[in-house]
Design a binder for this molecule. Structure first.
Ligand code: MN
Length: 277
């Protein structure tokens, strides 16, 4: 390799293997160096662009997946019996609309009201700290919980009187089963507008009856006086009875006892007492 100067340019002269010469000027070298840098930068740019695309795709997938999970977090439970099974006490049309439309709407609106701060909180957890959330969660988490419990305690083949520990506790607290039924009925009748009448277990283990407005229930921390775990609830919203009973809420409340399955209420009582001890 030789150096030569040609008109202020450095020229490199290479002796090739075949004894010919080839030359390369300083400017050529500079351009080739520059081209390499440009190529390298283009490569980096392409790699970076690729990385950004992959990152964005992964992020979108993660976000969609998360939103999908939240949107499907709560689901309408199946009724444990056909819609017509509780006839003639609760009619098929009311049961269909009540479960398939009203309860479904509570589930859908609850899922819509959830966000990433509530995604890991279970239903009872939402209710226990419901004062921290907006009305959409209070109404719809309450609506979902209350109706799920309501369907569960009804049956076309119910146990019509309680026995065992719950029966003894009812007698000790209210005097008799009939007295308890009157209390629950009166609480339901006395609830102005929409709401629920409950038999629930206080956190000291005692039984009590209370009515709550809208979709509230004794689990909610907005309940200042009557807090505890519901084991029996009657829906006194007009949508629960109006098609069959019109304005006769009392008749609907009387019919309720014919399809209330005390075996489920006993089970809930035992579970609740077991947790409190
Ligand atoms: Mn209802």
């Amino acid at each position: 390799m030789f150096f030569a100067f040609d008109n202020k340019k450095v020229v490199l002269i290479f002796l090739n293997k075949d004894t010919t010469f080839s030359t390369c000027s300083y400017n050529d070298l500079f351009l080739s160096y520059l081209q390499n840098i440009i190529n390298f930068m283009t490569l980096i740019k392409q790699l970076f662009g690729c990385f950004i695309k992959v990152y964005y795709l992964a992020l979108t997938y993660y976000k969609n997946n998360k939103i999908q999970n939240i949107m499907n977090k709560f689901q309408l439970p199946d009724l444990p019996y056909p819609y017509e099974a509780l006839e003639p006490y609760f009619d098929q049309e009311t049961m269909t609309i009540h479960h398939h439309r009203h309860h479904q709407a509570y589930v859908d609106n609850l899922n819509k009201a959830l966000d990433t701060t509530t995604e890991n909180v279970e239903l009872e957890g939402l209710l226990a700290q419901v004062s921290q959330y907006g009305p959409a969660i209070r109404n719809n988490a309450g609506g979902h919980y209350n109706h799920s419990l309501f369907w569960e305690i009804l049956s076309p083949a119910p146990k019509i009187v309680p026995t065992g520990r719950l029966a003894k506790e009812i007698e000790a607290t209210f005097g008799s089963l009939d007295e308890l039924k009157i209390k629950i009925k009166n609480a339901g009748l006395g609830q102005f507008g929409s709401g629920w009448s409950w038999l629930y277990v206080k956190y000291n283990g005692a039984l009590d009856v209370v009515a709550t407005p809208n979709q509230d229930n004794p689990l909610m921390d907005t309940q200042l006086m009557s807090r505890g775990v519901p084991i029996l609830g009657v829906d006194v919203w007009e949508h629960a009875y109006y098609l069959k009973y019109q304005n006769k809420r009392a008749d609907y409340l009387d019919a309720f006892w014919s399809i209330l399955d005390w075996s489920v209420v006993e089970k809930k009582y035992e579970e609740t007492i077991g947790k409190l001890i």
